[in-house]
Design a protein around this ligand. Structure first.
Ligand SMILES: NC(=O)c1ccc[n+]([C@@H]2O[C@H](COP(=O)([O-])OP(=O)(O)OC[C@H]3O[C@@H](n4cnc5c(N)ncnc54)[C@H](O)[C@@H]3O)[C@@H](O)[C@H]2O)c1
Ligand SMILES: O=P(O)(O)OC[C@H](O)CO
Length: 309
């Protein structure tokens, strides 16, 4: 709200339509683009004078987008809003960006409970901003902060990224749980034990435990597991109806990052010997190895253990 913004889309027809109608008619009909947002169809022209870049593609689009940036030799710091582990490599966004643009490039993640439609509607929202340079994170959080979007600086980039990635997997699990009608006790248990899984993996990857109690951890987990605007939750609800993953994704018509991140989470957990039974069950259901009902049976049949282990 406080800055001149240039918006670029890889889909030229979308950019042209946005420019002409000042509205994203496919995803956000009825929300007018603010006057401070210009729309540009040329990538080089969009980034040439930028002081800050914000990449808002799915995690699959991050690498190709930063490769386009590298070709332009643009040095502006950058943020991303994508949540997930890159499919095939299991890398977090900062690792992808570091590989392509170099580890010294100032960059970070903007993440937390933030359904896009509610942000577009200017409903009060709070997110975390973490970067590889804490001073940049604090200064940029202040710069982007507004009366409708509270931004909290956070020093733990890995923790913020892991929280945003794994909550999508758990939102699929919660959708399945609710779709099967397992009740409110089950849902609360799933979210709580899911948070324990996020924290275990996050700490193993170098994150700080407290981050998972914050906006990018518990905050986004609660939102995505319980809010029906979540695409990931909707995937779980549809799987519980017995639909195939192909059918579910075709009907959704949106990206659901948890579908790809579930496999990477499962692989990472196994390679690091981190216990993540719920996430592994989601990966097994998505891969068609077990049904949603069998996943529930397997999880409930596990031996008792100490809660804080
Ligand atoms: N939608 C939300 O409510 C929301 C909120 C917070 C974070 N996120 C995260 O932000 C990311 C994007 O989500 P979204 O809902 O905007 O997804 P989306 O599918 O709407 O994609 C956003 C844009 O990325 C573009 N894109 C896709 N692949 C690309 C590529 N290879 N190169 C360039 N552009 C590409 C698409 O064309 C689209 O314009 C996801 O990781 C999501 O988890 C989404
Ligand atoms: O619709 P989802 O499930 O991708 O969730 C969107 C955001 O990540 C919520 O913070």
């Amino acid at each position: 709200g406080n800055h001149e913004v240039t918006l670029w889309s890889r889909e030229t027809d979308v950019a042209v339509d946005l420019k002409n109608t000042r509205e994203n008619r496919r995803f956000f009909p009825g929300y007018r683009l603010p006057d401070n947002v210009a729309v540009e169809t040329d990538f080089a022209a969009a980034v040439s004078a930028a002081e800050l870049l914000i990449i808002a593609t799915p995690i699959a689009g991050l690498r190709p987008t930063v490769e386009q940036l590298r070709a332009l030799d643009c040095q502006a710091p950058l943020l991303w809003v994508c949540k997930g582990f890159e499919a095939g490599t299991g890398k977090l966004a900062h690792q992808v960006v570091g590989e392509v643009l170099g580890r010294e490039r100032i960059c970070g993640a903007l993440s937390g409970p933030s359904f896009a439609e509610e942000v577009a509607a200017a409903q009060p929202t709070a997110v975390a901003l973490a970067a590889n340079d804490p001073a940049f994170a604090r200064a940029t959080a202040r710069q982007l902060h507004s009366t409708r979007l509270r931004i909290y600086a956070n020093d733990d980039l890995v923790g913020v990224e892991v929280g945003g990635a794994v909550k999508n997997v758990l939102a699929i699990a919660t959708g399945v749980c609710d779709g099967l009608g397992l009740g409110l006790n089950s849902r609360a248990a799933l979210i709580t034990r899911g948070l324990a899984e996020i924290a275990r993996l996050g700490v193993a990857l170098g994150g700080q435990r407290e981050t998972f109690m914050g906006l990018a951890g518990m905050g986004d987990l609660i939102l995505t597991c319980t809010g029906d605007l979540s695409r990931n939750r909707r995937v779980g609800l549809a799987l519980a109806e017995g639909k195939s993953l192909e059918q579910v994704l075709a009907e959704l018509g949106h990206v659901a990052e948890g579908v790809y991140t579930a496999r990477e989470t499962d692989r990472l957990a196994r390679s690091l010997a981190v216990d993540m039974p719920i996430s592994s069950a989601v990966a097994a259901v998505l891969d068609g190895r077990i049904s949603a009902a069998q996943a529930v049976e397997q999880l409930m049949a596990r031996d008792p253990r100490e809660e804080l282990a």
